[in-house]
Write a protein that binds this ligand. Structure first.
Ligand code: SF4
Ligand code: SF4
Length: 127
């Protein structure tokens, strides 16, 4: 069953039912930044029942003034430290960063729909 999501200002829709069969391409594949804000760091540490500093040390790295989630290298590919391949899901789903919640509706992709379609099979061009 499709579950089409639209957003003002975007020329594509997103069919969330595609996630169940796509093996989380947005959490795996090429290496990329998964930025977390201070508030998100607090929320994820709490969810994992970890001290904030321990969480930062174990799971994050600094990129300029921001923090990004570490990735694991799997063969020639990468995956987010919180991607669970057994359940094909996010192990911090309830506290996942806004960057993950808002995908695939990112400003960056507004004029790069073809690039986005290669990454996300749920994206449907409606132009
Ligand atoms: S790449 Fe797209 S279809 Fe696949 S899990 Fe991510 S959002 Fe869902
Ligand atoms: S935090 Fe969760 S949703 Fe975001 S990239 Fe990592 S596994 Fe995917």
């Amino acid at each position: 069953m499709s579950n089409l999501i639209k957003k003002d200002g975007y020329s594509y829709t997103f069919d969330a039912s595609a996630c169940s069969t796509c093996q989380a391409r947005c959490c795996t594949g090429e290496s990329g930044y998964i930025f977390v804000t201070k508030e998100e760091i607090k929320n994820i540490s709490k969810l994992l029942d970890m001290k904030k500093d321990d969480f930062i040390k174990k799971y994050l790295f600094k990129e300029g003034f921001k923090h990004s989630i570490k990735e694991r290298k799997v063969g020639e590919s990468y995956e987010c430290a919180f991607y669970n391949s057994e359940s094909n899901g996010c192990s911090i789903y309830e506290a996942r960063p806004l960057q993950c919640i808002t995908f695939p509706f990112w400003d960056y992709f507004k004029n790069r729909v073809d690039e986005l379609k290669l990454e996300c099979p749920g994206v449907v061009d409606v132009k």
